[in-house]
Design a protein around this ligand. Structure first.
Ligand code: PMV
Length: 364
């Protein structure tokens, strides 16, 4: 699908464009995980996530027409105020991959400033927030230069498509509360190419949901998610996993509509263990959980059984634990974390996050 390819989108030679755009975009937590891809950043299975709020990236791009119209991408990238050539190389590659969609990128020079709300070394994956904020900035630059007439819906759909090309999970961060990425037969407007917002389908109990991120380790992962996705292509359980994820998404959507917290918890926790089970059973096999990851997940189940408090865990591709719970359980869960879980956290650190209202454009 070459939905957005547009070779004519070039700036006239005599046009001296310059400007500034910025977006604050959140991370997300997948409930049914995207794990494994095919083609150009397309998912082996559909996934769903809650959009977060406090863990976000803010990206500001200043752009100006280059004097010389060469074919090179020209950008400087600053992360938290410091020039970062290693990140700049990744973004340069990403911009190059977008030249069929945004051919004007090679006519401009960019100064990109990016900041995360969470500590860089906290072990929290930042690709969803960083790539979604970057994609939104590019769509804003296109809108501003070419004075595009598009609806908000069209703008965000394209941003989700462009974000996906940077990081699959970033395509879901574009939307408030919750989003699905990947084709599902039962959802007509779902697609492997961009995400679809689903917040109108949520039962009230799922409209104000918490996600506290317990920091078990701040170390960089031994295997990146992109290596993890490629290892999935030859995984012996690949076909079974695709069927399982589709089924789980079907039942999870029902639970989200009906307000069925128990069903939600069963699916979400099994997905967390399954993701890590897939890593442990891959070739080469590897493990990203730490002993304290397992301790916390066991404590959560024990606490839930003893107190009937609806609190559940999820895991990303890393050792940190996400605690998911509805707003009405917040007081009890806070006490539980402080009395029983912080001791498993690195430097007793955890981030209190919750479902958010999606990316925000910055005013200049
Ligand atoms: O978007 P990526 O390539 O960083 O992969 C994300 C993978 C998981 O976080 C483990 C699952 C998901 O759906 O977000």
């Amino acid at each position: 699908m070459k939905l957005y390819n547009n070779p004519d989108l070039l700036i006239d030679d005599d046009n001296k464009v310059e400007g500034i755009v910025g977006w604050k975009s959140p991370s997300n937590i997948a409930l049914v995980k995207y794990w494994g891809k095919y083609g150009n950043q397309l998912p082996l299975n559909p996934s769903i996530s809650f959009t977060l709020s406090q863990a976000y990236t803010q990206t500001i791009i200043e752009y100006k027409k280059k004097k010389k119209d060469d074919k090179k991408i020209k950008l400087d990238f600053y992360f938290e105020g410091k020039l970062k050539p290693s990140f700049a190389r990744r973004i340069n590659k990403y911009f190059k991959s977008l030249l069929d969609i945004f051919p004007f990128l090679r006519q401009l020079k960019f100064e990109i400033n990016s900041d995360n709300s969470f500590p860089h070394s906290s072990g929290i994956a930042s690709s969803a927030s960083s790539m979604s904020s970057l994609a939104l900035c590019l769509c804003s630059i296109e809108r501003d230069i070419f004075k595009l007439e598009q609806t908000e819906e069209e703008f965000f759909k394209k941003a989700s498509y462009v974000a996906r090309l940077g990081s699959g999970s970033a395509s879901r961060s574009i939307y408030p509360k919750a989003a699905i990425w990947g084709k599902m037969d039962e959802m007509e407007n779902s697609s492997d190419f961009y995400s679809t917002p689903i917040s109108p389908c949520l039962h009230d109990v799922f409209r104000k949901f918490h996600d506290d991120i317990l920091i078990v380790s701040k170390k960089a992962k031994s295997i990146s998610s992109s290596d993890g996705h490629s290892i999935m292509s030859n995984h012996r359980f690949k076909d079974g996993r695709i069927l399982q994820a589709n089924k789980r998404l079907h039942f999870l959507l029902k639970a989200l509509k009906n307000g069925d917290l128990d069903r939600f918890g069963v699916i979400v926790e099994n997905e967390a263990y399954t993701l890590h089970g897939l890593m442990m059973s891959s070739e080469p096999s590897y493990i990203l959980m730490e002993p304290n990851t397992v301790q916390i997940t066991k404590k959560v189940r024990e606490f839930r059984k003893n107190t009937k408090t609806p609190v559940y865990f999820s895991l990303d591709a890393g050792p940190n634990v996400h605690l998911l719970y509805p707003d009405f359980a917040a007081k009890k869960v806070e006490e539980f974390i402080d009395s029983q879980l912080v001791k498993y956290c690195k430097d007793k650190e955890y981030i209190k996050d919750y479902m958010g209202s999606g990316p925000k454009e910055l005013d200049f």
